[in-house]
Design a protein around this ligand. Structure first.
Ligand SMILES: NC(=O)c1ccc[n+]([C@@H]2O[C@H](COP(=O)([O-])OP(=O)(O)OC[C@H]3O[C@@H](n4cnc5c(N)ncnc54)[C@H](OP(=O)(O)O)[C@@H]3O)[C@@H](O)[C@H]2O)c1
Length: 324
């Protein structure tokens, strides 16, 4: 079978299509003939800086949709031929992928395989950020960084569906400011001084929840934008900044909380919890009609082009690899 791999860290050009043996599922595993593979920012970070890469060569890909090809000996709750979505720990950019049964989900009837691949990870992430970590309450103001991207597109809609009073998005360029308004955002702030803009937009009160995947200066500004008793959640470090820690003087005066979330961390430490959360997220998506547009489809051979686009900061919505 064909798969995408890189032998050294570097730019998008290090991604190569290779021939590999078709993998067989072991205990607790499922082999999936992949129809669509989601392209995630974490895949680009794996390729460029070795994020979660333990050995080279490495095969990227954290989510796929497709058809169950074979089941491991003890897997009883899935069936060969079934349409599934799965979260993986790499190796998803391939014609056949191995997933743990614990993080493989039957695709709901209302979804086709393309939508399932587009929604899966971003939906579970946005749902966890709002409902589990930040614990959004009705009427609250939510601020989301990267509002035009995959996670941002669904998180605006999820916040709206959760009864948020106001949903503010942040994007880096004016060209991307119109897009999030179709996906739950009341207002889109452009540029690095978004904390000052958020304070002005809330008459100096600040936001109740700030969700930040960028890190560094952006994370500090997300914390600065919080209202009293606000919660800031760090869920990425796109800027590759050094870690920042908060002490008494940073959090106590306003009674604010800083938190974090990693879906890969949850998948590794508690797949059962991830499963419950993902099922809840899919139910919420169906109830609230949450969507994410697929704005780019690429072949396995063009995976590098998908990475280039994602890293250019020009993309909106979700990018997919069309595998079969
Ligand atoms: N913790 C988790 O469980 C989890 C799960 C999924 C994704 N994430 C994180 O969430 C973020 C969004 O992921 P995604 O896959 O949906 O990607 P995406 O938002 O579709 O694309 C990445 C976006 O990040 C923004 N960005 C900020 N700093 C950047 C930089 N230095 N280089 C490139 N882009 C930068 C860009 O938007 P602007 O130009 O508008 O800023 C860009 O469009 C990523 O940081 C990812 O690592 C975390």
């Amino acid at each position: 079978m064909r798969a995408v791999a890189f032998e050294k860290l570097g730019g998008p050009e290090v991604l190569q299509v290779v021939e590999a043996p078709t993998p067989e599922p072991g205990p607790g595993e499922v082999a999936i003939d992949v129809s669509w593979a989601g392209v995630n920012f974490a895949d680009a970070k794996a390729r460029s800086v070795g994020y979660r890469v333990d050995t080279l060569p490495f095969r990227p890909g954290l989510e796929v949709s497709g058809t169950v090809r074979a089941l491991g000996p003890d897997v009883t709750d899935l069936a060969v031929g079934q349409h599934v979505f799965a979260m993986l720990n790499g190796q998803g950019y391939a014609e056949t992928a191995i997933a743990r049964a614990a993080t493989t989900f039957a695709v709901p009837e209302a979804l086709d395989l393309r939508d399932a691949a587009a929604l899966g990870t971003v939906l579970a992430t946005g749902y966890a950020l709002l409902h589990e970590v930040a614990r959004v309450r009705e009427g609250e103001t939510v601020l989301v960084q990267g509002a035009a991207g995959g996670v941002g597109t669904v998180t605006g809609q999820l916040a709206r569906a959760a009864g948020a009073g106001r949903v503010l998005g942040v994007v880096s360029r004016p060209e991307k400011a119109a897009y999030p308004k179709d996906f739950g955002y009341d207002e889109v702030l452009v540029g690095e001084d978004f904390d000052e803009q958020a304070l002005r937009a809330t008459d100096g009160r600040g936001v109740d929840i700030a969700l930040d995947p960028v890190g560094g200066e952006s994370w500090r500004r997300s914390v600065a934008a919080l209202a009293r008793f606000g919660r800031a959640v760090s869920f990425g470090n796109a800027s590759d900044a050094e870690p920042w820690s908060a002490g008494f003087a940073d959090v106590a005066p306003r009674g604010i909380s800083v938190a974090g979330f990693s879906i890969l961390g949850l998948a590794a430490s508690d797949p059962t919890r991830l499963r419950i959360l993902t099922e809840q997220a899919f139910r919420e998506a169906e109830r609230a009609n949450i969507t994410v547009p697929v704005t780019g489809e690429f072949s396995l051979a063009d995976a590098g082009e998908a990475h280039r686009l994602l890293e250019s900061r020009a993309s909106t919505g979700k990018l997919l690899l069309r595998v079969r």
